[in-house]
Design a protein around this ligand. Structure first.
Ligand code: MF3
Ligand code: CO
Length: 251
């Protein structure tokens, strides 16, 4: 499937899908506390998504068994919620969520502190979030896709963190994953030329140690190979002639 350019009507639906997902993340962020289970987060997230009359797009996607990906500490992404996994003071937890509004998908992720966390962990979270914003400074018509990738990589490298290469961002629209793939590490090629009406999920996944990751036996949970912490930050954005519109932040 080729890269799609959304019409104004489609963009309106993407905006609404994004606006509602921003509310889901705000509510989940407020709910995070030590003692809750990762399944509690999934239940709450699904409930909020359905209260909007929307559908959680991750549920049953390639067999994924939940609505929210909940990844704790060394888990990078795609952690499966469990009623046996309790959040503890000092953990960091990455929440990845998405929904479908009138056929259009949104996708966003945040990493939260559970209670008080170390300065090192907070810095990882902050740098990961900032790397998204450094990347999307280049997300405008006329630039190339890999300008975003290279900007993310150049920013993150200064801190000596590992940039995950085995998972990437993606186009998004009537499908959760559309072309193009959006790497977060340095690219030699320029990538496609960005055009107004493209909608992209930009999602740096950053490790405190090595960039290398492994898959657990549940076939989903991605963990750091060295057991060090990992953070994730993602928004769905719209390419315009000027500044990109970030669809999944609170309006
Ligand atoms: N945000 C994730 C991504 O872009 C989607 C989770 S995959 C799922 O890859 F299977 F859990 F839905
Ligand atoms: Co995504």
């Amino acid at each position: 499937m080729a890269v799609t350019i959304k019409s104004e009507k489609e963009i309106e639906r993407m905006r609404e899908a994004g606006r509602l997902l921003a509310i889901v993340h705000e509510e989940l962020g407020k709910a995070i506390r030590p003692g809750m289970t990762t399944k509690d987060i999934d239940r709450l997230g699904e409930e909020i998504i359905r209260s909007f009359g929307c559908v959680p797009n991750f549920l049953h996607y390639n067999g994924y068994p939940a609505s929210i990906c909940v990844s704790v500490n060394d888990e990078v992404v795609h952690g499966i919620p469990s009623k046996k996994r309790y959040l503890e003071e000092g953990d960091i937890v990455s929440l990845d969520a998405g929904l479908i509004y009138k056929g259009y998908h949104s996708d966003a992720a945040r990493t939260h502190a559970v209670g008080q966390i170390s300065q090192e962990a907070q810095k990882l979270i902050d740098v990961t979030r900032q790397s998204f914003f450094e990347g999307i400074r280049f997300a405008k018509a006329g630039n190339h896709l890999h300008d975003i990738s290279n900007a993310i990589a150049s920013y993150v490298e200064q801190f000596g963190y590992g940039i995950v290469e085995d998972l990437v961002g993606h186009g998004i629209g009537t499908h959760l994953h559309e072309e193009p793939e959006i790497p977060n590490f340095h690219q030699k090629s320029k990538g496609i030329r960005l055009q107004p009406g493209m909608t992209l999920a930009v999602e740096p996944m950053i490790n405190m140690g090595t960039k290398d990751v492994e898959w657990l036996d549940d076939d989903w949970t991605v963990v750091t190979a060295d057991g060090a912490l990992s953070a994730h930050y993602e928004n769905t954005i719209l390419i315009t002639e000027g500044e990109p519109e970030i669809l999944t932040l609170p309006r």
